[in-house]
Design a protein around this ligand. Sequence first.
Ligand code: PLP
Length: 374
Amino acid sequence: MIPVQRHLFDIPEDVAYLNCAYMGPLMKSVAAAAEEGARRKAQPWTIKPADFFETPERVRGLVAQLMNATADHIAIVPSASYGLAVAAKNLPVKAGEEIVLAADQFPSNRHIWAKIAAETGARLVLADGEDLTEAFVSCINERTSIVAAAACRWTDGRKIDLLEVSKACRQNNAALVLDLTQSLGAQPFSVSGIDPDFVIAATYKWLLGPYSCGVLYVADRHFDGEPLEEGWMNRAGAENFANLVDYSDTYRAGARRFDMGEVANFAALPAVASALAQINDWSVDNLYSTLSQRNLYLVERAKGLGLVPVSEIERAGHFLTLGLQDSAPADLVQRLASDNVYVSQRGRSLRITPHVWTTPSDEDRLFKALERHI
Ligand SMILES: Cc1ncc(COP(=O)(O)O)c(C=O)c1O
């Protein structure tokens, strides 16, 4: 178990922030890295040409460590939607083929596939049910060309066994695209065994990083793919600023060709690196077992209030949702916020996602407020 780490965060004692699935807070050290980066831009002579490449490389290495890949497999992107657009551009789909998604999947991981389906004559197939793994596997067949999934559903925390889904993809020659925005950094994940085509995660939730940043894993078999943009930084030789008009016809190695333009964000990327280093230091295995154990304790207390969680077998440990009864007030989230308790509601589920900053007194504040308002 990782002990409570509240001292690393800028969260007042009387605020129970239980909403990592909405937005992870920056640690003080991460905010300091962002501030220092922003200040360097006030004195541009302190920014050297090498700085354009060194921080992105550091981020690639830290992300690779998180998912058991190599730095060559990692591109840096501005959002999950951007990464998903890269995936869609590089996965061929034909009329009559099927793209499998979860019902209620996050819009960034649905709109792009709906558009591709409309353009090509392919069909969207929605996997749904109590057991989402079984639902996905039963939808995958010889017509499936792409499966776009997550490790846990953003609305209710239902988990999806990606090894099982990957096996069904391989048996049917289907590509696998993963949006791990709601799990990477908190739930263990390794590309080995699963062998996905593309993996995307925005950094502003469980990776405890800034907004407008994301990371993209690209499998070797797509290293010769098409990027969304034709910038200068993802071309071989870009390090040599004096010779940029010797236009290079070759991209930089591996997944770097898929980097967003202006990838060397001098404020955001040092913050991403700082957050990832701390997460790797805690280790995702330790984070997952700590958060899972703490959430089990919340589940027991919630049952006393008649709030029913998704079953332990079907729920990802780091992600707690409680089914609300019909009698719960429509403005419950606002009422809880007025008591300095911050959670989300998605559909009829109250989404409660604490982290290592959460103290026992935050938990007491939550249950006192729930008793008052439901
Ligand atoms: C599952 C999931 N994917 C992606 C995102 C964010 O997407 P984007 O980076 O495209 O804004 C969210 C935000 O809530 C999410 O829950």
